[in-house]
Ligand binder design. Structure first.
Ligand code: NAD
Ligand code: IPM
Ligand code: MN
Length: 365
């Protein structure tokens, strides 16, 4: 660190969660610690319980203590929650409820999920002609509204059991997320594709009308609307057409998992969620992957790229974040692969080895 500059202290709340969450977060934390060592930054990692791990320990998926820790941190790094062990619990106690609550409580209404092609993975698993044209998509997903948060009820009607999840969006919620999408597009290729189901849903008709209104303040940006079923198809056939994809909570959840495969694996897709408050939350898009948990098989890159985004966006350490991404490219170019992105002729490594390879590259300078 250059002499004379006061040492800055960064407080990071780390919430490993369940399944592969702790495994991938361990690698991300190690990478950030290495950056701290090389660049002379002081990162203070404070661990909190979330998800099934928190249920087992405290009875609640999101203990008050964890929320407090997040509120006083500069950024939050989360692994994943959930697993078969807790699937039978009532909705309020399920690990997934912790994610919904932390997002709502901290007003993390905007969720950005980038899809990038890492050049060494370019041919896997897409056709060369598609990857040659380049894929660089930013999903902007509304995270605190829609069908996830509307009234939920199971009732008896006559002799039938009926369940409902109400889908609701206020104009203000749509305006706020639309603004984020247009602002994001201004820093990119200046195109927003707003995805809805306006041929069927009333919420989508309000969505479309409101997005059009917000667009008036962004004449430099091209706006197009696309129905969600068509978008699911076009992500596979013509992914290069997309720049910013703006959409609601549920469509964003589904389309971003689909989009993650454009980069080779869901184990490659990071995310940031933010809103009106101080702390943003960084997490891989994938879940707790119970099928591979505890086997050193998980790809830690989504978690490590999420940590790189955290350095750049919340801690304003752009150079350090870029270094991590460059070193990931280098390690991939040398042919190292976790099982999810393995190809013939490459060298298969585990979660820990992949983390260590990136650390070794950072230490080499
Ligand atoms: P998942 O994302 O956990 O796994 C889907 C598939 O992708 C599995 O085959 C898994 O092995 C693979 N996969 C996921 N991440 C990977 C990685 N980093 N490296 C290699 N392979 C990876 O989705 P699921 O199986 O539908 O859900 C499992 C649990 O996770 C559920 O309880 C679900 O509610 C929860 N979940 C949590 C989050 C989150 O915490 N943000 C997100 C999605 C699902
Ligand atoms: C995600 C997850 C969550 C969501 C679940 C686990 C509540 O799938 O972050 O993508 O649907 O938002
Ligand atoms: Mn999801």
């Amino acid at each position: 660190m250059p002499s004379g500059k006061p040492e800055k202290f960064y407080r990071i709340a780390v919430l490993p969660g369940d399944g592969i969450g702790p495994e991938v977060i361990q690698q991300a934390v190690k990478v950030v610690k290495t950056i701290g060592k090389v660049y002379g930054h002081r990162f203070d990692f404070a661990y909190g319980l979330i998800g099934g791990a928190a249920v087992d320990e405290t009875g609640s998926p999101l203990p008050e203590e964890t929320l407090k820790l997040c509120q006083k941190s500069d950024a939050i790094l989360l692994g994943a929650v959930g697993g078969p062990k807790w699937d039978g619990l009532p909705p309020e106690q399920r690990p997934e409820k912790a994610l919904l609550s932390i997002r709502k409580t901290l007003n993390l209404f905007a969720n950005l999920r980038p899809v990038k092609i890492y050049h060494p993975l370019a041919s896997c698993p897409l056709k060369d002609e598609i990857t040659r044209r380049g894929i660089d998509i930013m999903f902007v997903r509304q995270l605190t509204g829609g069908i996830y948060f509307g009234e939920k009820k199971t009732i008896t009607r006559g002799d039938q059991i009926v369940a409902r999840d109400v889908m609701e969006y206020s104009k203000k919620e749509i305006e706020d997320i639309a603004r984020i999408a247009f602002e994001t597009a201004l820093k990119r290729r200046k195109k927003v594709t707003s995805v809805d189901k306006a041929n069927v849903l009333e919420t989508s008709r309000l969505w479309r009308k409101t997005v059009e209104e917000v667009w008036k303040k962004y004449p430099q940006v091209t706006l197009e609307h696309m129905l969600v079923d068509n978008c699911a198809m076009q992500l596979i056939t013509r992914p290069y057409q997309f720049d910013v994809v703006l959409t609601g909570n549920m469509f964003g959840d589904i389309l971003s998992d689909e989009g993650s495969m454009l980069s080779g694996s869901i184990g490659m897709m990071p995310s940031v969620s933010f809103g009106s408050q101080h702390s943003a939350l960084y997490e891989p898009v994938h879940g707790s992957a119970p099928d591979i948990a505890g086997q050193n098989k998980a790809n830690p890159l989504a978690a490590i790229i999420s940590a790189a985004m955290m350095l750049k966006l919340s801690l304003h350490l752009k150079e350090e974040g870029d270094i991590i991404e460059d070193k990931i490219k280098k390690v991939l170019a040398e042919g190292y692969r976790t099982p999810d992105i393995m190809e013939p002729g490459k060298t298969q490594v585990g979660t820990q080895e992949m983390g260590q390879l990136i650390i070794n590259e950072i230490l080499k300078g």
